[in-house]
Design a protein around this ligand. Structure first.
Ligand SMILES: Nc1ncnc2c1ncn2[C@@H]1O[C@H](COP(=O)(O)OP(=O)(O)OP(=O)(O)O)[C@@H](O)[C@H]1O
Ligand SMILES: O=P(O)(O)OC[C@@]1(O)O[C@H](CO)[C@@H](O)[C@@H]1O
Length: 319
């Protein structure tokens, strides 16, 4: 049976990705370029889903002045394009990986969305959202999009397509959570910002996830970087540990995880199996400069190396 997914990225980006042994602040730094990709969270998710054989539609806003890289990507991958083109340029974000594997993200600003363009986008997206099995909304808000308006749009979207997957940060995360999406995937830092306190132990992270569930969010998946990920839902909590991998770039690892989660849920796999799959998809992503699955047998081999266990609340240490 064919399943349809849309991903919505309101503020996409070209990612300029490079390697530098060590960043020296205030100095001229020489960087080895490893890639320039048409990206942004929802577009990265769409890439992963397309590689897994899912029919994907993408939407959001793109700047008129530097559209070409996105158009080329969508036609190469066979992704349906419902982006709204607005005056100005889509931003360029710079991602630097150091020898230590630390990644520094320099996320710039790009085009501004006018009230008329926002209204057109809202009307358009609400006209087709009911046709999809799942809609993924991810990333930051561009200039001109007000968090309250975003929250109202998310609530309207959820009424038309109940399976909303949401991944964002800062004020967009807070605004989107008010609309009670079906599944959210914050990373640990984002969850701490939402909770307003540090979450030093995994038990603290699980408690904060339950607080989100009490707001009507069915599934909370927290990505924990190289420590893996936690899935908290009404039927229990599971923790996945990835194997050790040689890091090329962790940029988009969270998006790769979201792509894996959507795929597992669409295939009606258990939460536990879906978490294993998503952890393997993201472990593959950190071993390459961009997200995507070029080789299904490598994914199967990686899945076999992921450890997934029910989370026991008596486990108090992160180790
Ligand atoms: N060094 C690593 N080794 C193996 N897996 C990793 C590593 N770093 C990240 N991952 C995997 O990627 C997932 C997502 O990573 P992370 O928690 O950094 O997401 P994120 O902060 O949302 O990422 P981003 O916003 O850059 O896409 C983790 O849950 C983990 O499964
Ligand atoms: O500024 P946002 O929208 O929060 O994040 C944008 C971004 O960092 O997210 C992706 C990685 O997750 C990158 O492709 C992109 O540059």
């Amino acid at each position: 049976m064919s399943r349809r997914v849309a991903t919505i990225t309101l503020n996409p980006a070209y990612d300029l990705v490079g390697f530098i042994p060590e960043i020296e602040s205030g100095e001229v730094n020489r960087v080895r370029t490893t890639g320039l990709h048409a990206a942004g969270k929802g577009i990265n998710v769409a890439r992963v889903l397309k590689d897994l054989g899912i029919d994907v539609t993408v939407s959001g806003f793109l700047g008129k002045e530097n559209l070409q890289g996105f158009q080329q990507l969508f036609s190469e991958l066979g992704i349906t394009n419902r982006f709204h083109v607005v005056p100005g340029r889509t931003r360029i974000n710079v991602k630097l990986t150091e020898q230590s594997s630390a990644v520094t993200d320099l996320n710039f600003s790009g085009f501004e969305v006018s009230p008329e363009e926002w209204t057109r986008f809202v009307e358009d997206s609400l006209s087709w959202s009911g046709q999809f099995d799942m809609i993924c909304v991810s990333g930051s808000l561009p200039a001109g999009v007000n968090p309250d308006a975003f929250s109202r749009w998310m609530a309207a979207l959820r009424d038309l397509c109940p399976c909303i997957i949401f991944d964002s940060s800062r004020e967009a995360l807070v605004a989107g959570l008010l609309a009670a999406p079906w599944l959210v995937k914050p990373n640990r830092r984002e969850l701490e910002i939402w909770a307003g306190r540090p979450l030093p132990e995994i038990g603290d992270v699980v408690m904060a996830a339950h607080a989100l569930r009490q707001q009507g969010i069915a599934h909370v998946v927290i990505s924990l970087g190289e420590q893996g990920a936690l899935w908290v839902s009404g039927s229990g909590a599971w923790i996945a540990r990835p194997p050790s991998v040689d890091v090329v770039s962790t940029v988009g690892a969270g998006d790769a995880m979201v792509g894996g989660i959507i795929y597992g849920l669409l295939m009606r796999e258990s939460n536990q199996h879906t978490l294993r799959l998503a952890t393997a998809v993201s472990a593959l992503a950190v071993g390459q400069s961009n997200v995507g699955i070029s080789d299904r047998p490598r994914l199967a081999a990686m899945m076999a190396r992921v450890e997934v266990n029910p989370f026991d609340s008596r486990q108090e240490s992160d180790s």
